[in-house]
Design a protein around this ligand. Structure first.
Ligand SMILES: NCc1cccc(NC(=O)c2cccc3[nH]c(C(N)=O)cc23)c1
Length: 232
């Protein structure tokens, strides 16, 4: 998160840190007791290894009352996701067991009605992604409020040039923006998860490259079917 601020500790109890060997790789969020939603691109450099999921955290390093690292039973990247574009960039992670819910660990509802969030709606994004252009990583969860911009503006020739589909949405990226390590986190508008951060052009903080999110509503049936099909 570039030019955001430290989140109020444990006020985003749905936030997850997807980790490999104790290192934060991507964001994610709890959509059910045993399920975390993130971005498929997060598995690109994991060499087939399963993530571990940190829940109940504010600081990545300090001991906290309800902080707990969960093993992952299975990971389900959307079949349409691929390394060449941002299409269907969603990843479902089934935890080895149901997360213990408490004041610091809670499920976040996601939007099921497939209708665009109104332009200029101010939504919120959070993550442990890089906080400056040198790639500095924060220890504590950062947050940012960002206005939704129209798909037409986002698709302009000088912006993302027609690559933003109706399954994606954009927020303004002038100065304040998402960045490396924020992928997979939720874009929350009026308390509901509307989108999942995708790396897109990988650029951070450049107003010519608005931040891109995978809209969740178009995938509600996919999410329900994966959760229903997996064991447990
Ligand atoms: N503002 C939009 C936005 C949202 C989320 C993430 C990103 N930027 C990256 O993720 C990124 C950036 C730089 C080098 C990188 N290398 C890799 C990689 N997977 O190798 C990712 C990146 C950008």
């Amino acid at each position: 998160i570039l030019r955001g601020s430290e989140a109020r500790p444990h006020l985003k109890p749905y936030m997850a840190s997807l980790q490999l060997d104790g290192q934060h790789v991507c964001g994610g969020f709890l959509i059910a007791e045993q399920w975390v939603l993130s971005a498929a691109h997060c598995t690109e450099e994991t060499d087939g290894k399963l993530f571990q999921v940190l829940l109940g955290a504010h600081s990545l390093t300090e001991p906290e009352p309800h902080k707990r690292l969960y093993q992952v039973r299975a990971q389900f990247p959307h079949n349409g996701s691929n390394v060449h574009n941002n299409k269907d960039d969603l990843l479902l992670l089934q935890l080895e067991e149901k997360a213990e819910l408490n004041s610091d660990v809670q499920v976040l509802p996601f939007q099921r009605e497939n209708r665009d969030v109104a332009v200029d709606t101010v939504c919120e994004v959070a993550g442990w992604g890089t906080i400056d252009h040198s790639g500095k990583r924060p220890d504590k969860l950062q947050q940012l409020q960002l206005p939704v911009i129209s798909r037409d503006v986002c698709n302009h020739r000088t912006r993302h040039d027609g690559t933003i589909t109706e399954n994606m949405m954009c927020t303004d990226s002038r100065r304040k923006d998402t960045c490396k390590g924020d992928s997979g986190g939720p874009l929350v508008c009026d308390g509901v998860a509307e989108g999942v951060v995708t790396a897109g052009s990988r650029v951070c903080g450049n107003y010519k490259k608005p931040a891109i999110y995978t809209r969740i509503a178009p995938y509600a049936e996919w999410i329900d079917s994966v959760m229903a099909s997996a064991d447990g």
